[in-house]
Ligand binder design. Sequence first.
Ligand code: ZN
Length: 346
Amino acid sequence: MKLVFLHSSDTHGFLLPTEYQDKDNYNAPFSLSRVSAAIKAEKEKYGADNVVVTDSGDCLQGSPLASYAHTVKDFSALEKFTDAYNEVGYDARCLGNHDFNFGLDYLTYYIDNNKADIINDNILDEETNVPAFGREYKIVEKNGVKIGLLGVTTQYIPHWEPKENVEGLKFVSAYERVKHYTEILRPQVDVLAVMYHGGFESDPESGEATEPHRGENEGYKILTEIPEVDVFLTGHQHRRLNLVTKNTAIVQPGYRGEAIAEVILDIDDQTKKINGMTTKLIDTKDYDPDQKIVDTVKELDQSTQKWLDHPIANLSEPAPIENAMKGRLEGAPFVNLLQQMQIWFT
Ligand SMILES: [Zn+2]
């Protein structure tokens, strides 16, 4: 049989195909609505019984719509936002670092109202040392094949977040926890897949270091030291990756929903062993937005546009930037204004 993984990551609240710069342009080549359409089309092609749909986080923050949703204090905007993600039909998801940006109450509402299983192996309750939310793993059965799913998130989050956003939580090495749960899960399943909101500290093929090894990205260590992992569904670095190396299928589908990643495993019907694996990225620009998501967030989108149009200040004279690079280096009235605002707010 063919077992198909469809994976998204780092959609960053870009629910509709717009950057919110040009009010009339809803034709941008990305968005969750296009991701959803692409996933539904591939699911149709291979049959739902052969498909596992996953996501590795960074959903709550990034787009202007995501920022607007956070300003609505009764969570009614977050409710629609969460509904949009539910519409995709994920089997399992893990969290990203940016999902912590708006605080724990906001994140908890999102987790509690998510229809997919959130898998979390390395964000622990500081006191009990057990995962603070979500499930430790999930076993999905597709056509008699048992698939084990783990979920981990970059342990670097406390370096970026204010204390109150991570209060009571302990972030530990994704590598350590994948190793621990692999021992438990591997004997129970035919295929082991790991969702990771994290990427690679070294080139997956050559092993050459691509950044300082500070624990933010532990993908290479997981790849090389935990050979039991068959499918490695990554994110965080916003890279476009799809390859098979060291008997592991690796994918990372860019950001903002520009692509979904597809892993196809060819599985022996008798032994349930993997005979072959292929990977690819499917650009979502060729898929019309999923109308259900468009309808779900229509009002939220209109409110976002109104919010963006709200005047925040008046300038006594025009402040055009003639040369953007020069403006950054030497200052220009409008750049100075933005930077003075940043200084004031921080
Ligand atoms: Zn991201």
